[in-house]
Design a binder for this molecule. Sequence first.
Ligand SMILES: C[S@@+](CC[C@H](N)C(=O)[O-])C[C@H]1O[C@@H](n2cnc3c(N)ncnc32)[C@H](O)[C@@H]1O
Length: 462
Amino acid sequence: MADRPILRVRARPASNDTDGTSKRSAGASKAAFPRRAAAAARAAPVRGKAPPPPVVAQPAREREAAPSAQAAAKPAPLPGPLFFAACPGGLEDALAAEFAELGITATAQASGGVHFQGDWSDCYRANLHSRIASRILWRVGRARYRGEEDVFKAALALDWPAWFSVDLTIRVQVTAVRSPLRSLEFVTLRIKDAVCDRFRAAAGRRPYVDTSRPGMRIHAFLTADEVLFYLDTSGEALFKRGWRKHAVEAPLRENLAAGILRLAGWTPGTTLFDPMCGSGTFLVEAAQIAAGIPPGAGRGFAFQHLRAFQQELWESLRAPAPSPGSLASCGVIVGADSDPAAVAMARDNCIEAGVAAQVQLLHGAFVDIDPPVPPGLLVTNPPYGVRVGDREALAAAYPAWGDRLKQRYAGWRACFLSADMDLARHIGLKAQRRVPLYNGALACRLFEYFMVAGRPGASGAP
Ligand SMILES: C[S@@+](CC[C@H](N)C(=O)[O-])C[C@H]1O[C@@H](n2cnc3c(N)ncnc32)[C@H](O)[C@@H]1O
């Protein structure tokens, strides 16, 4: 997979108001769009590949319907539900492939997600079943703008009370790429003002703001001359599945773990071993995939609070509990960790996720644990100096891990996710692939090694 192309971007997230009803939040820095922009800005250019626009390739009828700058206050009517599914940077292809399996057709891919157009059933299914998406955003408006007041008027022109109740608390998050506006904090306030004005006019009162646990999240995305308004149909980010009772110091995001399993080509029935499993994210994701447990089975979604919510449709889409037969087909899924507390956390998380019987947990250091049989995929997220562990100690540990792989893991594929770009050099193996990925805001690489059967170490030292 290629690195992300350079874009000259300005990504300044801003979030919400401080009009006395709420606190200013730093949460917007974790939103999908700004990180995409930052990711794009950090990475190297790719020859022959056009830079991905933040929001791309609208269907022709949409382009025709785009309002002129003079008509900023009158966003064009939408042809039907349009959605943007955000995902961790580097997993866009994997997300499009996952959607294709769900019968959801991505209309365009962007940096940090995919666009799709469908009906509400697609939206509900994407929220319930996507393991890779972070959020499913419903686009409710689009307008040209030149200044803050154009954005305000465009937001005021939207019929917010038609979409959700004034009794829901709101949070507005604004992100931008190449926007000429000087302050995203200010435009965030103006959008919040417009939404509240619109509610006051319709209902005689306004929604309160809650930046930590809002009932409805409103996203605005600014390009150089266009603003797109979204309602977040997910609510809490989709990687919050509901099963995580414990986390080690640097847990992997669940949707990144699931995306890595897909990138690595893992399928149920293939042995999976995470020798540094921490709180067990890879293990739980794999076992739930094998068991057919939807990632969203244990949580609610913001779309349930939209006026357009169709209860019966939702009930019909919710998957039944997995049968014991499907659980039995998980294959060998093993996790180990040198820290007994991490093993205990992983065990609790597996219990909470309903996969305790499918996951075997061991206490011990990687170099002391025998490989499970039969060979399969070793996937792990070792400590790296940025957040846990000590760089020097790790540099000393890596060669031992590489030796262990050469000596005992012939026939295995090994994937290491690390923010340490020197991991490949330290481990003494030649990576077949290095895939740039993001764990939250942390730039990482997935290093993939094929441990050739019968020729230990034949994957070669650098
Ligand atoms: C970054 S954390 C893994 C996080 C995990 N992927 C999760 O989502 O919770 C790294 C883990 O490796 C474990 N570890 C460090 N050195 C190890 C070793 N030599 N053998 C086994 N586990 C080790 C640590 O105890 C820690 O739990």
